[in-house]
Design a protein around this ligand. Sequence first.
Ligand code: SF4
Ligand code: SF4
Length: 399
Amino acid sequence: MQYRQLGKIDFKVSALGFGAMRLPSMKNPLDPRVDEKEAIRMIRHAIDSGVNYIDTAWPYHLGASEKILGKALLDGYREKVFLVTKLPMFLVNKQEDFGKYFHAQLEKLQTDYVDCYLFHALNEKNFNKVKDFELIKEMEKERDAGRIRNIGFSFHDTLPVFKKIIDFYDWDLTQIQYNYLDTTVQAGEEGLKYAAEKGMAVTIMEPLKGGMLAKPPKEARKLLEASSVKRTPVDWALQYLWNLPEVSVVLSGMSTGEQLEQNLESAEKSGIGKLTEEENGTINSIISIYREKILVPCTACQYCMPCPAGVNIPENFALANSANMKPETLWDRIMLFNTKRKYRKLASNKVKVNKTVPDGNASLCIECGKCLSHCPQTIAIPDELKKVHQFLRYGRNEF
Ligand code: SF4
Ligand code: SF4
């Protein structure tokens, strides 16, 4: 494992961090329930292989992530990692909520302290709550009591809001969405550099844009295959991030043992400034291809779920993005047929839809708007779902 400096925090962090928001699921990939035994095995194997940074949050896996981590970190594993969790800002409505959630989280995680506590998903609205309810004071009280070692925030909003938050306090760490497609959205490249210049640790979430960068469009795949450097699409995306001096640790939400092994192998080869001019050129070319192909910039974070109408929102967007290709070969046509068949297999009847394991297609959206405020990508979900249905059901591209 390669290790890097965690910003101003006195800690050498593994290049790869374990993001506990995409733990292995039960048999059906649409099922949000976690295969706990496999999750614990994977977390412990990652730690035994040198990973020393673990990130979780209150809502991950509908509350199950912190509990499973609590079990995984028994038997001496807790002391081996820098453990991060987050205050669920969407549930905070008064100052006392800070203590209520923080202490419940310590209990779930079966620990007396967290190495860093973040305000979760700060945007303009949530930042106002931090100020109005004087939540920094609450953070500092817990830090003085030794239950919080470092203070930070994760972020989803625009660059000006990011800078405003950074300038508000002497933060230790920030967690931002960043990958080779997102250099100009949210904090972006300018925000990454701004935080790093202040000495903050910068941890990266969504390095694969919700898995999108693991499955490049055909044109991008051809380009990668023609490159003199042979790597998997995932390795290209990760090495792009590790190449940057401002990046402290890259979080990966790994769902299978195979993904974990591949990421460990990639991390072993990582380093700052290692990519050549040719390699950077290859990445620039695939960025242009991706930008033409993505219909909905959904990262499959699941924050919008559950939908009261049973719509599997991220699955619908993933299918639309994957269907947006020009079929040239027989194989392309088969793939497109399969994508459309998968869409037809989603429930289209509100009586039959499974609300525990949401399996509804886009047509079931009742436009209640409940999901809108939860989407960090600010996707107009009900509007986009209408377009998805027209596209996947009738072949009309209204994007
Ligand atoms: S607006 Fe549609 S997709 Fe969003 S929560 Fe309501 S029914 Fe579900
Ligand atoms: S629609 Fe938004 S909130 Fe829902 S999974 Fe996609 S990115 Fe996340």
